[in-house]
Design a protein around this ligand. Structure first.
Ligand SMILES: NC(=O)c1ccc[n+]([C@@H]2O[C@H](COP(=O)([O-])OP(=O)(O)OC[C@H]3O[C@@H](n4cnc5c(N)ncnc54)[C@H](O)[C@@H]3O)[C@@H](O)[C@H]2O)c1
Length: 247
């Protein structure tokens, strides 16, 4: 398959690239500027429809992984974060539908968990906090809309707290010293995204993606394991347990 990854230069996308390309898939990474990578890389703004149309042309699937930067001001007012996260996602789904690209994976988040794991998985959209959370809610609604209205195959991946398990650091370079139920290595997310694109199914799927043993019960990750025959590779078992949930 030919797979477009938006936000291709970001923390998550850089870790997903290897597992996504496994099995002979070809990647096109889109970000605001080109960067050094063995994969095809295109510059563009997801909020500009023609940039997205160019990036999505000739693709078989898309992974939406861009986000407005977590800089102090990016989420202080709605303009930048809604332009990038929401209009950007709407542009990609619109262009994909226009171009006949049927399979899309949207990187979502966990938000708050109302009730148990089953209730949380049935809650659509997630209940996000602040303007960041509001944009993630909108992304889930857009995915649901395109699955229902256009019969597209959409997977919403509700990912936890993303870690590079090789160095036990998060996207800001902060050390991860304790195991939190939400922890997940970015390569495991890449593998889940690839499995989603390789499968054929109708409509919308909501899948939690974390990889600690606690997450199987607390966040319903067993659903993802069973649906995709996925085996998480990074369990964070070597870390002492933390009681808080900080995804
Ligand atoms: N990092 C986490 O722990 C975490 C947790 C839950 C969910 N997520 C989700 O994972 C996804 C990826 O996040 P990340 O941590 O890799 O963020 P990141 O900031 O490292 O990467 C985002 C990328 O998007 C790019 N981008 C920004 N504006 C753009 C634009 N207008 N056009 C094209 N590209 C643009 C940025 O340049 C950057 O490379 C997001 O959807 C985020 O909500 C992340």
């Amino acid at each position: 398959m030919r797979i477009l990854v938006t936000g291709g230069g970001g923390f998550l996308a850089r870790g997903m690239a290897g597992p996504l390309a496994a099995g002979g898939h070809t990647l096109r990474l889109m970000d605001r500027a080109v960067f050094e990578t063995p994969h095809e890389c295109v510059a563009g703004d997801v909020a500009v429809l023609d940039d997205v149309r160019r990036a999505a042309a000739g693709m078989d699937g898309v992974v939406i992984s861009h986000m407005a930067p977590r800089e102090p001001n990016a989420y202080a007012t709605p303009d930048a974060c809604f332009r990038i996260n929401v209009t950007g996602t709407a542009n990609i789904l619109f262009a994909a539908q226009e171009l006949g690209v049927k399979k899309v994976v949207i990187i979502s988040s966990t938000g708050r968990k109302p009730g148990d794991a089953a209730a949380w998985l049935a809650t659509l959209p997630i209940q996000g906090e602040g303007l960041y959370g509001a944009t993630k809610e909108c992304q889930e609604v857009l995915g649901q809309h395109y699955a229902r209205e256009h019969g597209m195959q959409i997977a919403l991946l509700r990912v936890g707290y993303i870690v590079d398990a090789d160095v036990m650091k998060d996207k800001y370079g902060r050390a991860v010293g304790e195991r939190n139920a939400l922890d997940v290595d970015r390569r495991d997310i890449g593998e889940v995204a690839r499995l989603c694109l390789e499968q054929n199914h109708a409509g919308l799927r909501v899948l939690p993606v974390m990889s600690t043993r606690e997450s199987f019960f607390e966040w319903g990750v067993r659903v993802t394991v069973d649906t995709l025959s996925w085996t998480p590779r990074f369990d964070f078992d070597a870390l002492p347990s933390d009681q808080t949930q900080n995804g």
